[in-house]
Design a protein around this ligand. Structure first.
Ligand code: FAD
Length: 447
């Protein structure tokens, strides 16, 4: 006898930064829950817009998503849709239509019209996204929520409390749970062999079906940097099939080269790639090829990502506060003209201009570049760091709320940096990282 509550189960997966079918605990959970029922697989962009206007004035909003970021997201969603179709279902995409209704309202209506019984989401460090979940829960108290961890190496904060500095976090985590050295690989969540169908009344409703966006401008991104799970997995293999990981520590600070750092960030950020799979691939490289300081350093950087995730969860809306988690206000302000110069790459600092031009064209900037332009914004231009963070949010194809806002706080001296504030000497840095001016010429940094 089938369980009565399962036969009437209508489950909705709300994708956010978990745009994959492999090692996706949220999708697996939903497939199990709805095995005798029906399954709605939904992506709703701009969900937090409504909330920002209504509730939160703390987040400075931006106008539109940069072209490169939009392209990467659109490719990622198209790939997810294709994978879901192979499994017997399809992605439902809620259009943000100002003339009719916002995506929050549409989602709420969908939940009610379809009599959704269960909602599955991945845990997120995004404070505003969590506020949206709260509102949905309040408006639909009959629905049962299921939250899975899909974005991090650890299911929960691996320590009793979050240390104030990354170094303390790393040392404690490594001594308690050294996943790099552990005997066994992390076990991936099995991919469902097939998915239950969507409700019948939605099957012909083209209103909701995802259509990949067309982009008129040619992309300046390397062609390998294509959104989607398949491209992410191909890149993961290509990187670890090369010698690059064995020299990562000596090359990672370079300003511009595809192989000088892993370039995994964009797939990790929107969840096209599982960080567990990245770690397992790194461990395999250490077993089969070489384990050295460079391979250790890839793990070290993944721990930074982990640290900022738990930092964002711990500090919630303080992630967006001018004074951050510190007790003092930075001595900076808002100046429209200087901000425009920074964004448009027309400051008096060629290295900064080149980095900003690279960002606008490709949606990517190296970690060193990000540190230099952030230092310039705060120290040389004396600007409120949050405008820099918002501009990054708009442009970066690897935008991640925790890594972005956490790093900005760190550099502005209002975050997790025990040294307080870091100013980079831009001349010295130019000498060190672009001694022949190649990078500056390529990205037209001289005004
Ligand atoms: C001001 C500022 C803003 C940033 N914003 C973001 C962001 O929105 N999204 C993002 O993913 N990273 C961000 N970073 C961190 C870092 O610059 C990028 O992760 C990195 O440059 C991506 O390139 P990669 O994949 O080749 O990194 P690699 O050097 O190959 O590192 C491997 C992985 O480790 C993680 N990682 C590396 N450095 C950091 C770091 N400092 N903090 C957190 N995780 C890290 C990333 O997931 C990265 O893919 C920011 C750094 C600064 C200084």
């Amino acid at each position: 006898m089938p369980n009565q509550s399962l036969t009437s189960n209508i489950t909705l997966v709300l994708f956010h930064n978990d745009l994959r079918v492999t090692d996706n605990a949220t999708l697996s959970k939903a497939a199990n829950l709805s095995s005798n029922g029906q399954l709605l697989l939904v992506y709703a962009p701009s969900l937090t817009d409504t909330l920002d206007k209504k509730v939160s004035q703390q987040v400075y909003h931006y106008d539109t998503m940069g072209q490169a970021r939009q392209r990467f997201l659109s490719e990622s969603l198209a790939a997810l849709d294709a994978s879901l179709m192979q499994l017997g279902n399809k992605l439902l995409y809620l259009q943000n239509n100002v003339a009719t209704s916002d995506t929050f309202t549409q989602l709420n209506e969908l939940i009610q019209q379809q009599s959704v019984t269960d909602i599955c989401v991945s845990q997120t460090a995004d404070y505003n996204q969590n506020q949206v979940y709260k509102c949905l829960q309040e408006q639909n108290p009959q629905v049962c929520w299921h939250v899975q961890t899909t974005a991090t190496l650890f299911d929960k904060l691996p320590l009793d409390e979050l240390p104030k500095s990354f170094t303390a976090f790393r040392k404690k985590t490594e001594s308690n749970y050294d996943l790099l050295q552990a005997k066994e690989d992390i076990v991936n969540c099995p991919t469902p062999k097939s998915l239950p169908p969507m409700p019948e009344n939605l099957r012909d409703s083209h209103e909701y079906f995802f259509a990949a966006q067309a982009f008129n401008e040619p992309s300046q991104q390397p062609p390998d940097w294509k959104g989607g799970e398949k491209s992410g997995l191909e890149h993961l293999d290509a990187y670890f099939d090369s010698d690059a990981p064995s020299i990562y520590k000596t090359t990672r600070n370079a300003l511009d080269d595809w192989t000088h750092s892993t370039k995994l960030s964009a797939w990790l950020a929107n969840g096209s790639l599982s960080v567990n799979m990245v770690l397992n691939r790194l461990r395999r490289y250490e077993r089969d090829i070489i384990a050295n300081e460079s391979t250790y350093w890839i793990w070290f950087e993944l721990l930074w990502r982990e640290y900022f995730y738990w930092y964002a969860i711990a500090h919630q809306q303080k992630l967006f506060w001018f004074k951050g988690i510190a007790q003092h206000l930075p001595p900076t302000q808002f100046d429209h003209k200087r901000l425009a110069q920074w964004k448009n790459g027309t400051t008096q600092y060629p290295i900064v201009n080149a980095c900003m031009n690279q960002l606008k064209s490709t949606g990517y900037m190296s970690n060193r570049g990000r540190q230099l332009v952030a230092s310039c914004l705060v120290h040389e231009l004396g600007l409120d760091w949050r405008y820099g963070a918002i501009y990054f949010e708009q442009q970066l194809i690897d935008y991640d709320v925790a890594s972005n806002w956490g790093n900005w706080q760190y550099l502005a001296g209002v975050g997790a940096d025990p040294r307080g504030c870091r100013q980079f000497n831009l001349n010295k840095q130019t000498q060190q990282y672009d001694p022949n001016g190649e990078f500056i010429r390529k990205w037209q940094g001289e005004v």
